[in-house]
Design a protein around this ligand. Structure first.
Ligand code: NAD
Length: 318
């Protein structure tokens, strides 16, 4: 059985990746500190769905404190998804972003280098490293992050890629806005879907023409697993959904999917939010043989349906 370590295994993407690895015969050690970045019950529920599965072991703790060589021993691949996510919160919490993203990655990368079984490190980086670069964002473009979150992801990416060599190959994947059922509660698509079902107002920062290259979570998982075995090392690779959608289009789709009128209000642009993101996907196609397969309308329909049942469950238990 091939063994992998998934850091951030109780997170939105890490849990989905862990399930997919278990489904395909991997043994998985999941590491998570259950940070209070959002309601910990969501993370506990994801961990609870993994713990009973054959081949899964949970290591609860922070990457800056755990005895990492012990947990990495015997693993072939380390998928490093643990991180403090979120752009807006990062302005007030710079030192925590540094500890959870930069210092933790440095400690993990050093441990991966030290443990002989580990041959590959796949780091979950972010499109936030680009800032407002020219579209589409190409991996060789200048990186000018505009938030402490983006800066911390870029530093962590450099640290992970710096350990890449013959014994341990490292790849950084720059994920573009990931969505789907179970999405983090601070992310726009989920906030909008929940507001549609509860009748709460929706705040759009700016005029709504800002756009994102939204990427369905199962496509992200697919690219991440490809990066574990592709013949590539020491590089950053974009992973995007392949189409750019603006917020006004998102809200139109949400009206169609729910049949509800939306109470939309506008506020000033939020600090740290870039206007547009779009991934140049040629490197992902060439080196990972990856193309996203989920159209935004289908992926968002799945998330909106998931949000409906979550809102109904919450009503029943209130
Ligand atoms: N969701 C997105 O749109 C997106 C986009 C680009 C990059 N990413 C990156 O992908 C990764 C996963 O994102 P997500 O949306 O699943 O976030 P998430 O917050 O749901 O998951 C991250 C998990 O990591 C854990 N964690 C954080 N720092 C830790 C540390 N130092 N030690 C141990 N555990 C720690 C948290 O408790 C959490 O459960 C993050 O690194 C994020 O920066 C996400």
């Amino acid at each position: 059985m091939r063994k992998a370590v998934v850091t951030g295994a109780a997170g939105f993407i890490g849990a989905r990746l862990s399930h997919r690895l278990l489904d395909t015969g991997w043994e998985v050690v999941g590491i998570d500190a259950f940070l209070d970045t959002y309601d910990p019950s969501e993370k506990l529920a994801r961990a609870a769905s993994l713990v009973p599965r054959k081949g899964f072991t949970l290591a609860t703790g922070h990457l800056s404190e755990l005895s990492l060589p012990q947990w990495l021993d015997g693993a072939e691949v380390v998928f490093h998804l643990a991180g403090r996510a979120g752009v807006r919160a990062s302005f007030a919490l710079e030192s925590r972003y540094r500890r959870d993203n930069v210092d933790s990655s440095a400690r993990l990368a050093a441990a991966a280098k030290q443990v002989p079984s580990v041959r590959r490190l796949v780091y979950a980086s972010s499109s936030s490293v680009y800032g407002d670069a020219p579209l589409p964002f190409a991996e060789d473009a200048a990186t000018r992050p505009v938030s402490p979150y983006g800066t911390s992801k870029l530093e962590a990416e450099r640290i992970c890629l710096a350990v890449s060599g013959e014994e341990l190959e490292a790849v950084a994947l720059r994920y573009f806005t990931v969505y789907g059922p179970g999405q983090r509660p601070d992310m726009g698509l989920r906030i909008f879907a929940e507001a549609a079902w509860t009748g709460r107002p929706i705040t759009v920062f700016g005029d709504g023409t800002q756009s994102r290259d939204f990427t369905y979570v199962d496509d992200i998982v697919d690219a991440t697993i490809r990066a574990a075995s592709a013949r590539v090392a020491g590089l950053a690779i974009n992973v995007g959904g392949g189409s750019r959608v603006n917020l006004l289009e998102v809200l139109d789709l949400l009206r169609q999917l729910t049949g509800r009128r939306l109470d939309v209000r506008h506020a000033d642009f939020a600090r740290g939010d870039v206007r547009h993101t779009a991934a140049d996907l040629s490197r992902a196609a060439q080196l990972l043989d990856f193309r996203a397969t989920t159209a935004f309308a289908d992926g968002y329909a799945a998330e909106v349906e998931w949000a409906r049942s979550a809102v109904e469950d919450a009503r029943r238990s209130a």
